[in-house]
Design a protein around this ligand. Structure first.
Ligand SMILES: [Mg+2]
Length: 348
């Protein structure tokens, strides 16, 4: 092991726009779905985009797996069909979404080699994301990096109708299960940038804040949280490049607030959060890991103590729910989640 590495025990890694370009696949996937659905249903694409936006807003997520079943126009056109029937009837459009999402999902350069290097050095790598479990684990599996994480801290899946999902799925349950180390489900109400999320994860692996490093693209969520938890923060500034076409697609359907959209390309001065280190590629994590801690450049000083973001409140006190490795079978897994988690269809 590199001598400097022994000082660093944990690397926390945000996922969207830190290891892959989230908008880079979501945009093309929506642009595969809507034209096909428009053809099949004889409804204009604009109308479909508008209805998706309403559904995503209501669900609070643009990665809402059963959105198609909830489009009012499709229900109106097919009064004899229930939700599962609708998903099956328009499955070609769902397939177009899934295919494009898979084709456009790509790791940023250097990610896989860097994760492998961290693993070879014996460093614990934990993914920390606001994404829902099913989508997150599926994505890591498609990217072939599931094995490179000690665990994934994410949100539980929203409840779904298991009977409906069973009627839509084409494959046995095992086909949809892709564990990536330990499930580290975030406690209810505790989300980025609540620093207790990191404190709980540090406790999970028995590391101190100064033995950890965090890399993420959001100044107001990732960088701020790391600073507030006393963990060295690394801003993945390379994740801020969006295609104009993909951004336009997102704006047509997003549930995000105007502030959240504005924040997508806001810099440190605009949001008042100054990262300690600005990464120009994911490999910078390996560079930092290979240096003694005292030599890590600290470009701007930590800002968490200086600012308070509007709307940022600490969640309720609670520890992370953890589950042992290896990941249990589907049945026992579902039991452990005490009904909070539900397997979803291979998503739309
Ligand atoms: Mg991100």
């Amino acid at each position: 092991m590199d001598p400097a590495v022994s000082e660093l025990k944990v690397v926390f890694v945000d996922l969207d726009n830190t290891i892959y370009d989230w908008l880079g696949f979501f945009g093309p996937a929506m642009r595969g779905l809507c034209p096909r659905l428009s053809e099949l249903a004889g409804v204009s694409e604009s109308e479909l985009y508008r209805e998706f936006k309403d559904v995503f807003r209501r669900a609070g997520s643009v990665e809402y797996t059963t959105a198609l079943q909830e489009l009012p126009t499709l229900a109106r056109l097919n009064p004899d069909k229930d939700r599962a029937d609708l998903a099956n009837y328009y499955f070609d459009a769902i397939k177009a979404f899934q295919y494009r999402r898979r084709m456009y999902l790509r790791l940023y350069p250097t990610v896989i080699e860097s994760l492998e290097q961290l693993r070879d050095w014996g460093i614990t790598v934990i993914a920390v994301t606001d994404g829902h479990r099913f989508q997150v684990l599926n994505r890591l599996w498609q990217l072939k990096v599931s094995d490179l994480f000690y665990g994934v801290c994410c949100l539980p899946d929203p409840p779904v109708d298991e009977g409906e999902i069973a009627r839509i799925r084409r494959y046995p349950d095992g086909h949809y299960s892709h564990p990536a180390g330990k499930d580290l489900i975030a406690p209810e109400g505790v989300r980025k940038p609540d620093p207790r999320l990191l404190t709980a994860l540090l406790g999970e692996v028995g590391a101190k804040p100064e033995e950890a490093l965090y890399i993420g693209d959001s100044l107001t969520k990732d960088v701020l949280m790391a600073q507030a938890a006393g963990v060295f923060d690394c801003w993945s500034a390379y994740g801020a490049g969006y295609s104009a076409v993909d951004l336009k697609t997102l704006l047509r359907v997003t549930n995000w607030s105007a502030d959240a959209i504005e924040a997508m390309d806001a810099g440190p001065d605009q949001v008042g959060v100054h990262p300690s280190f600005v990464a120009t590629s994911f490999a910078d994590v390996v560079t930092l890991a290979g240096l003694p801690r005292r030599k890590w450049p600290n470009r701007s000083g930590w800002s968490a103590v200086k600012i308070k973001l509007p709307g940022f409140e600490l969640g309720p006190e609670s520890a992370l729910e953890t589950q042992p490795v290896p990941t249990p079978s589907l049945a026992s897994h579902a039991t452990r989640m005490r009904g909070r988690h539900a397997w979803t269809q291979s998503p739309m």
